[in-house]
Design a protein around this ligand. Sequence first.
Ligand code: UTP
Length: 225
Amino acid sequence: LKRIVIKISGSIFYWDSVDKSLPPLVNVIKREATKRKISFVVVAGGGETSRLYINSARKFGGNEGILDDLGLKVAQLNAGLIVSCLAEQGYPVVPTSLDETIQAVELGKIVAVGGFHPGHSTNAVAALIGERIGADLFINATDVDGVYSADPAKVKEAKMFKVISVHKLKELIYRNAMVAGSYELMDLVAVNIIERAKLKTRVIRAVPDQLSMAIQGADVGTHII
Ligand code: UTP
């Protein structure tokens, strides 16, 4: 029995498009779960709604811990949308801790989660789950086709890596972190966990065909080694 963790980018949860973008992705997961007997944990990003809350609370003087708490609660709400799409194939509640998530996975349903603790990203949450359940694959389904040398939305010459080492990825993150509003593909916490757990990781665009191919082990997006 295979285990796969999928992080679904917060960009999928934009209010004006979530009804079109989310169900097709969840349908791929439901189909593959039945067809290939794979157990899935799906992690939802916080997206623009989490940033709306975070920005407002920051203006009101809230500390970073409270801002994170708001962000992760929105990610949990987004996970609730996934639970709704999963219907009877889904674990009916959104676990709020790693322990709860692991227990839920053992029950054999598709599990959807948001965040756990302040100070994390949902990518880190996904990597932590992948490590603990001994996942065969971590798929980071995001709003670009893979890991690029620079932000593809801003830099025309940015090139996509088919394969990138954890070491090179860390270098990229350090370099980008020096620039405000920089290209965020993965944070260091997530990458460190991927490294220590030797978690097989693929970054792909969050669209149904790419997701379905990645689940089936095809060479799509960027493979992190
Ligand atoms: P993310 O930053 O991971 O979601 O979580 P996103 O912005 O949608 O990311 P992408 O686009 O999918 O990659 C939203 C916020 O929630 C808080 C953090 O503040 C994070 O920036 N959070 C989330 C936590 O503090 N802990 C968690 O476990 C999860």
